[in-house]
Design a protein around this ligand. Structure first.
Ligand code: IMP
Ligand code: MG
Length: 330
């Protein structure tokens, strides 16, 4: 029986450091489940100072928890087994990893199509994500049940305290993001119910943002000219803003608070974590956009006070706001 469900997801364009936070809190749960996306995601977590990277397997496996890949995800079987082998070698219990029989399969053809037609135009991760979801919608997709041994197949039962772990974040959502500069899945908490629970079971919706914005891949909201900005270049270098799946240099901009408030309102966040505050502290520059105006502050505290009061003013419900540094959750 499900005791309760908490959902953690990103409020920006991905890369908010939600993997580290998810890993840190997953010890409090019985199951950790992914509901969207596939190997386009990249989680970087640290266990006892050692760095681990995964793309598809939820970080519950690092904390000895049942880790589920849900029916609304897409999976590359070869990469899945690479990840299993990697985790096994590192001493983690891979018998905890389960895949929904309904999860759709990414094939070589999907990757070829993505690399040829989508990556050059949209800056996708080239993992075959969109073509795999397209085949699912066309009802010609292939599902995990015919590709995986029984021991990896999830029985569809959720039990105890469940943590749902989002990938790709709010502004990459297929419905709410800046289409077509989005990914092909639903990244908002509403979509976590595709794992098979009622919305009534949701206790907490934990949204993770970053104190500055970044984007990997093409997006008119993040023109490449932003790379010429000296302070923003320092943000990229100091924050190590390079894609964990693609290695690409991300494009940075100052936090767009107007968009963040929209994301909080639409997704129903009751706990907000604003991450990587230490990066702005290191470069001693504090700027934020609100309603198309750029505000500049002398201290991190002044910027945080502004952000907090704008959010509290705009959102009627109580929101617990935590400011954190990149290493706070390691
Ligand atoms: P796709 O998901 O590979 O189709 O890529 C579509 C867009 O989403 C591109 O702009 C990617 O850079 C971006 N994207 C996909 N997955 C992630 C992620 O996990 N973090 C950040 N950006 C992502
Ligand atoms: Mg990531």
């Amino acid at each position: 029986m499900i005791k309760g469900v908490d959902i953690i997801f990103g409020l920006s364009w991905g890369d908010e450091g939600k993997g580290k936070i998810s890993n840190a809190i997953s010890k409090n749960y019985d199951m950790v489940c992914r509901w969207n996306g596939g190997p386009n995601a990249g989680h970087t977590v640290y266990i006892n100072d050692k760095k681990y990277k995964t793309h598809i397997i939820p970080c519950g496996v690092f904390q000895n928890k049942i880790s589920v890949i849900g029916p609304n995800c897409v999976i590359n079987i070869d990469k899945f087994f690479d990840e299993i082998e990697y985790l096994e070698k590192e001493g983690f219990d891979t018998s905890l990893i389960k895949v929904s029989p309904r999860t759709h399969i990414i094939t070589e053809k999907h990757i070829e199509y993505d690399l040829k037609f989508l990556k050059p135009k949209l800056g996708t991760t080239g993992q075959g994500i969109a073509p795999a979801y397209a085949d699912k919608m066309l009802r010609i997709g292939k599902t995990a049940d015919s590709y995986l041994e029984k021991k990896y197949i999830w029985d569809g039962v959720l039990n105890g305290n469940v943590l749902c772990e989002g990938a790709q974040s709010f502004w990459l959502d297929i419905n709410y993001g800046d289409y077509p500069y989005v990914t092909s899945s639903e990244t908002l908490p509403y979509s976590a119910c595709s794992l098979g629970f009622s919305p009534k079971k949701i206790r907490n919706i934990i949204g993770v943002a970053k104190i500055y914005d970044t984007k990997s891949g093409v997006d008119p909201l993040f023109p490449e000219s932003l790379w010429n900005d000296e302070e923003l270049s320092m943000v990229i270098e100091t924050g190590k803003e390079f894609g964990s799946t693609t290695g690409r240099k991300r494009i940075a901009n100052w936090l767009n608070l107007t968009k963040l408030i929209d994301a909080i309102r639409i997704s129903g966040v009751n706990k907000l974590i604003i991450n990587k505050c230490d990066i702005l502290e290191q470069i001693n520059t504090y700027k934020v956009y609100q309603n198309n105006s750029l505000y500049k502050f002398n201290t991190l505290q002044a910027m945080q006070f502004f952000i907090k009061s704008q959010i509290n003013h705009a959102i009627n419900d109580h929101i617990e706001i935590t400011f954190s540094g990149n290493k706070s959750f390691i």
